[in-house]
Every structure is written in C-alpha cells, then in structure tokens.
Design a protein. Structure first.
Length: 266
C-alpha cells in the first residue's frame, strides 16, 4: 500500500474515488476479517480494473490467484453477460468464501474456477489451444513464480490484450538493495524482465502496492510505424483523422473485419 490505509488521504479516495456494488462491499468487509486479508486487492484497485475492463470491452479474463474472490466479483460485475472469467487457485476453502456473493450478485455463471497449482492450470490452458484468446489477465499469486506466470500468460494473451500484475513495488522493498529475500528478489527480477521485454508495452503504476500493466504488441505495431512518418510540428486535420482511426482499431482489435476496414484507409 503506497498510502497508509488509515490516512485521511486514502480514506478520502475510498469514500469519493469510485462507486462500489453493495455485494462487493460486503465481500470486502468479510475478506478484511480473514487472517490472510493482506492477500486481497484493495477496493480502489478493483475499481480500477472494473474501469479498465469496460474501457477495453474485454470478454475473456484470466485471474491467477483468486483468494476470497473479491477481485473476481468486481471484474465479473464489470463484464458483459456473455463474458467469462477463469480463476486459478490452490485453496478451495478460500474460493468458497466468495461463491455465495457471486451467486447473490448474479454473476456466478461468468466465473469458472480451476483448483490446483496455477502453473499446471496455465499449462493445461495452453494445451487446450487457448493461446492468444484472453483479453485481460490478472496475476496476484505466489511471488516466487511470477516470472513463470508471466511467461505463460503472454502465450495465452491476445495481441493487444493486457496483463496486470499486483505487488510489483512490494511495499517499497524492490527499491531497497539491502532486501534480498526470495519474494522481493523474484519481483525485482520480474520488473527487470518486463522492462526489457520487446513483446509488450508496459507501465508500473503506484496503485495499491504497485500494479504493472503490460499490453501485448501485435497488429498495432504496423499502424504505429506508419505514424512515425508524421513529422510535421503542427497536427493537420488529416493527421487528426489518422489518430482517430488508430484509436478505433485499438478498441476494435477483436474484430478482424474492423481491422481490415481501418487498415485500408492507410
């Protein structure tokens, strides 16, 4: 947590920064009573993911690490009726805490939970030919396996899709060279890998305990290379139209037909 949870500043954010579904709020309150409550995402982080999912029009989501299903419920509420979240967790007792809330919020039909080692479940998804099909992936599980989860997720992610990884600032420990425990070292290594990974665009946000977003490069690379040819100091009307077209392609990347129509304009 970048800001102390009891600080007036953060309390203001929690009160005025977003709207929360009443069932989601009650699940959060229950989660905060759990002995391992620090494993849960913060309410503002979940609200951020809800906004991001609606912005990208995602319909197929993967969550690596479910815990009580608080984030799962938040994402399910933001997704359309025909969407699907596949959640991976090793502990059925944790997951069962959230199930009644998913049912009460009428989103349980969107959620498919797979119990077992996350790395095994990821390998099974790959074996089931689900590579390049997920539009949003959230990773918040055992930190020592973060790099492995990331590499598997890149295979499963669609071109233009987004991976969000939690705890990438790890309470500031990643910036302290004197801290070298296994989890801190693993997160620090992941951050270095992502920084040099030319397959993605990325940004590390100071949301919650650090959230890094990565966008898998693909069809947009060709469009962006065309835009590099625009060197005029002032943006013309034509240039403005081009930028609008690029934005439309970015939003409509799930439709090959839409992509082809827009690309002909170049």
């Amino acid at each position: 947590m970048i800001f102390p949870p009891n600080s007036p500043f953060y309390e203001y954010v929690l009160k005025n920064g977003y709207r929360s579904h009443p069932v989601l709020q009650r699940l959060h309150e229950l989660t905060m009573k759990h002995p391992s409550f620090t494993m849960a995402a913060s309410p503002d982080e979940v609200a951020f993911f809800q906004f991001l999912l609606q912005l990208t029009c995602a319909k197929k989501v993967l969550e690596v690490g479910v815990f009580t299903g608080f984030t799962t419920l938040g994402m399910a509420l933001a997704l359309p009726e025909n969407a699907k979240i596949i959640g991976l967790d090793i502990n059925p007792e944790y997951v069962n805490i959230g199930r009644p809330f998913w049912k009460e919020a009428n989103v349980e039909h969107k959620i498919d939970i797979k119990i077992g080692l996350a790395i095994d479940s990821l390998n099974q998804l790959i074996a089931n030919n689900e590579c390049d099909t997920f539009e949003f992936i959230f990773i918040d599980a055992d930190k020592c396996n973060y790099i492995n989860y990331y590499e598997k997720s890149i295979q499963l992610l669609k071109k233009g899709g987004v991976i969000a990884i939690d705890n990438t600032l790890w309470r500031g420990k990643v910036a302290d060279s004197s801290v070298n425990d296994d989890m801190t070292t693993a997160i620090r290594q992941l951050n270095n890998v992502i920084k040099d990974d030319e397959r993605v665009e990325f940004i590390l946000l100071t949301v919650c305990d650090g959230v890094t977003l990565r966008r898998k490069l693909g069809y947009m690379t060709e469009v962006q290379s065309k835009l590099k040819g625009i060197e005029n100091k002032y943006i013309t009307l034509t240039d403005a139209i081009v930028y609008c077209i690029v934005f439309c392609i970015d939003v409509a990347y799930r439709s090959p037909a839409a992509q082809n129509r827009c690309m002909t304009l170049f």
